[in-house]
Design a protein around this ligand. Structure first.
Ligand code: TRP
Ligand code: SF4
Length: 404
């Protein structure tokens, strides 16, 4: 697989620290499901990342690993198009994490916003550990080991992807210049054939001198089509195009998912830690009870008191779940006190149950057959491991670690 093809690869992970809820569905999972049709997708259980915060309660992680995979499958992640795997089953992540840690300045880690935030927010946990400080380096290793081009994440994770880009750039800068890089690149150019040699040089010049992105794209496409140069030469020529050394670890891009918009039962952001969530596969009775007991606009003390949907958490959920017509009916009925809150909640309950119905159904076959889930993950692990091993070979070579 060439660099350009791997740039079409999507990678994302989730920490198995609790049950997934509708916030995960409307944020990250729906985008995974969309992406799986367009890209080669790899989704993994970030159990080591969970350990960085939950090292004193590893049983929580164990409980949630398999149920999270079932949640993914229930939501519609298709194991035929996406590979599902578990981080700790691919030890190469750990080796790359170690190697990247050699070149990652401590200052970068201390400046990542989630570092101080989480320490303050989770103050019942001691997070002054080496592992927690290194969280973004581990995440960089997760991404770079698959040379992923796109990383779908919520806004809170964007700084981690940014740092991954910086780590990759630094790595390529330090280790992508094997001695005589320029000479090797020049030799590789000559293998392109006369017409393409000219074209490569001209496009490279256009890009380096004028920053012409089009030329860069054209030159890349031309390299992509070359049948008779080695992968090493091709990567060298990709790197040389941009002036630098060989691109060993390509920089990924964050694909922002709108995880932040999903309101919880109290109108705040849905989160398990706020206890305002509905689980992905929650029992219908429990869903109904949660909606029925939701607080509404406090002005509606009695049935005939008018209310204002803008002040009501129920209406925020209607904004996700209901069509314009239903919302107009609610707004009119609420401000005129023509409808009661029970009437207003009924279509919401219906809509949520309807959304969950196929998920509960899909989950059933997996709940009844844990071996099936394990075999899906085993297959994903095998695929992931193959890619991870190949990248690590490149990395070891670049770092001069191939003596045996
Ligand atoms: N840190 C991510 C989160 O808390 C999980 C994660 C770990 C991840 N490694 C990753 C996400 C790599 C994307 C890519 O949600
Ligand atoms: Fe909220 Fe609906 Fe009641 Fe108005 S009618 S206060 S929008 S629950």
């Amino acid at each position: 697989m060439s660099l350009l093809e791997s740039q079409k690869r999507v990678l994302s992970g989730m920490r198995p620290t609790g049950q997934l809820h509708l916030g995960h569905y409307h944020g990250v999972l729906k985008s995974w499901i969309r992406l799986q049709h367009e890209y080669e997708c790899m989704f993994f259980v970030a159990d080591w990342h969970a350990l960085t915060t939950h090292y004193e309660e590893p049983e929580i992680i164990e409980d949630n690993v398999w149920s999270m995979v079932i949640d993914w499958l229930a939501a519609g992640v298709n194991p035929g198009s996406a590979s599902l795997f578990i981080q700790s089953r691919i030890p190469e992540h750990a080796e790359l994490h170690l190697l990247l840690s050699m070149i990652t300045p401590v200052g970068w880690l201390e400046r990542v916003p989630s570092y101080k935030d989480q320490q303050a927010r989770l103050n019942e946990r001691d997070l002054s550990t080496y592992g927690f400080l290194g969280y973004p380096v581990l995440q960089s290793a997760d991404i770079l080991i698959y040379k992923a081009g796109h990383v779908p994440v919520g806004a809170d994770q964007v700084p981690h992807v940014e740092m991954t880009r910086e780590v990759a750039r630094r790595f390529n800068h330090i280790f992508g210049r094997d001695s005589g890089f320029e000479k090797l690149a020049e030799e590789a150019i000559k293998k392109l054939g006369r017409k393409n040699v000219k074209m490569y040089r001209a496009l490279r010049k256009e890009f380096l001198e004028k920053g012409n992105q089009d030329s860069l794209e054209k030159a890349r496409a031309m390299l992509q089509e070359q049948q008779n140069i080695s992968l090493g030469d091709r990567d060298r020529l990709f790197g040389f195009l941009e002036g630098g050394g060989k691109v060993i670890l390509p920089e990924p891009q964050a694909l922002l998912t709108d995880a932040s918009v999903m309101p919880g039962l109290d109108g705040g952001k849905m989160s398990k830690s706020y206890g305002n969530h509905i689980s992905l596969r929650e029992e219908p009775d429990s869903v109904e009870k949660k909606i029925r007991t939701m607080t509404t606009d406090p002005a509606r003390v009695r049935r005939h008191d008018p209310g204002d949907p803008k002040k009501c958490p129920v209406f925020k959920l209607h904004e996700i779940y209901s069509k314009d017509g239903t919302r107009d009916w609610i707004t009119e009925g609420c401000v005129s006190a023509d409808i009661g809150c029970i009437d207003c909640k009924k279509p919401l309950i219906e809509a949520i149950l309807t959304e969950q119905q196929p998920m509960r159904e899909r989950a059933k076959q997996y709940e009844e057959n844990p071996e099936l889930v394990k075999s899906i993950v085993a297959e994903g692990c095998e695929k992931a491991r193959g890619i991870a091993k190949a990248t690590l070979e490149d990395v070891r070579q670049a770092m001069g670690l191939t003596y045996r």
